[in-house]
Write a protein that binds this ligand. Structure first.
Ligand SMILES: Cc1cc2nc3c(=O)[nH]c(=O)nc-3n(C[C@H](O)[C@H](O)[C@H](O)COP(=O)(O)OP(=O)(O)OC[C@H]3O[C@@H](n4cnc5c(N)ncnc54)[C@H](O)[C@@H]3O)c2cc1C
Ligand SMILES: NC(=O)c1ccc[n+]([C@@H]2O[C@H](COP(=O)([O-])OP(=O)(O)OC[C@H]3O[C@@H](n4cnc5c(N)ncnc54)[C@H](O)[C@@H]3O)[C@@H](O)[C@H]2O)c1
Length: 451
């Protein structure tokens, strides 16, 4: 029987990190590719995530640097901070990156529909304009969306989506959640002069990170003036006549804030996609269930990135998109992404970075482990009179010295960890680090001097 004719070989829904990579690579392999994006090309990472967030983190760091520089002999007179200038500058750069993404897709002859798409039948996609197209394969790369718990006045709250567009830096901010976004934005607002309160429903922040790093971040954050409220869940947020908000959380007295931000996780974006029209199976959080090759329960429908709720990080979405495109259209033996030992960072002030197992996980899995630690004040902090200590922790299998995890908090830790992650992923031992000569004087040299 002749194969049915489709308009495209691949239709990608969602042009964020995963969708862009998959579409571009599939087209480069010779596939006829179309894609739909309902908002802006680049998705969360480029438009309202990693990229603008990191730019704000850089902007915020100047608050400390301008203070510290005085101990290095500098006098800065009349310093002031202009939020609107930074915000608009960041957004201009976001526009620039969006246009680079669009050009790349264009150059690869990906047909891009700037509108919402929905699956309306077997191999059939209907666009918001009513146009219907067919495709041999469909890739869902629709990402995730902020989860806002239900409570009185939840509509008064912002999420990270809106945080990039504020008219002014709020004087008092409450951030609900104790994860990546809460801690990163707490640092940003605090450096810009806001009074920041983090409210979390448990008493643990950044649950997946090593406890020593979590404790250190909390201690440093509190020294900087960030307040933590634990066992706190929203009862209500009420708007006052002067535009501020009265916020009541469980176990805490009512307090006033000028901005309430919710950062309580992100849920997979699967609503209204028409997945039930074709029988795509979803998990408990609404995520698309996929096998190791990112194939859904429907043979011709695949999914990559946050929508599958495996690991919500940009480089992971990109790798999944690449593996999908190579495997389906690249004429290679199909391969899947290795989700083990993924390095990660929290761009707090100071940042945290980590690869491999934390001490708890290592003990649970390996029983006896050796822990090497360096707790030190970086030279720059000493000269600046900044009483802020860094921490590096290496966890090894006691039986053979293989490194199971490295964890670090302190200036530049994400930059340092990227290189260290290669060694951990490659299964190296502490002895390999010890055999490497230090680069002195650096913070990173602590990694090869651990005792
Ligand atoms: C504030 C913030 C900071 C972050 N910082 C980092 C970081 O520092 N490092 C890191 O690795 N990760 C970070 N992340 C996570 C990272 O952004 C995501 O993991 C990544 O963007 C996921 O990519 P994706 O392709 O799965 O989805 P997305 O990039 O979210 O793309 C999905 C796209 O699909 C579109 N879409 C959805 N439904 C439809 C539809 N029906 N039709 C058409 N289009 C549709 C959306 O508009 C969106 O553009 C951050 C996230 C946030 C929110
Ligand atoms: N640097 C980075 O790589 C980076 C930065 C930002 C976001 N991200 C990705 O985006 C994802 C989403 O970030 P996030 O910070 O929203 O989620 P998260 O999963 O990191 O943290 C969510 C936090 O909210 C708390 N929480 C959940 N429900 C709650 C409720 N009803 N009331 C109060 N607290 C509640 C949880 O206990 C947890 O501490 C992250 O998991 C991460 O994968 C990565």
């Amino acid at each position: 029987m002749a194969e049915p004719e489709y308009d495209f070989d691949l239709f990608t829904i969602g042009i964020g990190s995963g969708g862009t990579r998959a579409s571009r690579v599939a087209a480069a392999h010779g596939a006829r590719v179309a894609a739909a994006e309902e908002h802006r090309v680049g998705g969360t990472c480029v438009i309202r995530g990693c990229v603008p967030k990191k730019m704000l983190v850089y902007g915020a760091q100047f608050a400390e640097d301008l203070e510290d520089c005085q101990e290095f002999g500098w006098t800065i007179e009349g310093k002031s901070f202009d939020w609107v200038k930074l915000r608009d500058h960041v957004m201009k750069d976001v526009d620039r990156i969006e246009s680079i993404y669009t050009d790349t897709l264009d150059k690869h002859d990906v047909t891009l529909f700037h509108e919402r798409a929905e699956i309306t039948g077997d191999h059939e996609i209907t666009l918001a304009s009513g146009k219907v197209v067919t495709a041999k394969y469909i890739l869902i790369a629709t990402g995730a969306w902020p989860h806002v718990p239900e409570f009185e006045g939840s509509d008064h709250c912002i999420t990270s989506n809106e945080a990039f567009h504020l008219d002014a830096i709020p004087r008092r901010v409450l951030i609900a959640g104790g994860g990546y976004i809460a801690n990163e934005f707490a640092g940003i607002f605090n450096e810009f002069g806001s009074k920041v309160v983090i409210a979390n429903r448990s008493d643990v922040i950044l649950r997946s990170y090593d406890f020593s790093l979590r404790d250190r971040l909390m201690q440093i954050s509190m020294t900087k003036g960030i307040e933590f409220c634990f066992h706190a869940e929203f009862e209500y947020v009420r708007k006052n006549d002067d535009g501020s908000f009265a916020v009541k959380m469980t176990n805490h007295d009512e307090r006033e804030f000028d901005c309430v931000m919710v950062a309580t996780g992100r849920v997979p974006n699967t609503k209204g996609l028409g997945l039930d029209n074709v029988g795509v199976e979803l998990g408990k959080k609404g995520e698309i269930k996929v096998d190791t090759f990112s194939k859904s329960s429907v043979d011709y429908i695949y999914a990559v990135g946050d929508v599958t709720d495996r690991v919500q990080l940009t480089p992971v979405a990109i790798r999944e998109g690449q593996a999908f495109a190579d495997s389906m259209f690249g004429g290679v033996e199909p391969y899947c992404v290795d989700h083990s030992c993924i390095p990660s960072a929290v761009f707090s002030h100071p940042p945290i970075a980590s690869v491999g197992l934390n001490e708890r996980e290592a003990k649970d899995q390996y029983g006896k482990v050796a822990v090497y630690q360096s707790d030190f004040r970086p030279m720059k902090n000493v000269v600046a009179g900044r009483n802020e200590r860094s921490l590096i922790k290496m966890i090894c299998d006691d039986a053979n010295g293989r490194i199971l995890g490295i964890h670090m908090i302190g200036p530049d830790s994400p930059e340092i960890m990227q290189a260290a992650a290669v060694a951990v992923k490659a299964g190296m031992n502490k002895a390999d680090f010890d055999a490497t000569t230090a680069i002195h004087p650096t913070v990173a040299e602590e990694l090869v001097l651990l005792r």
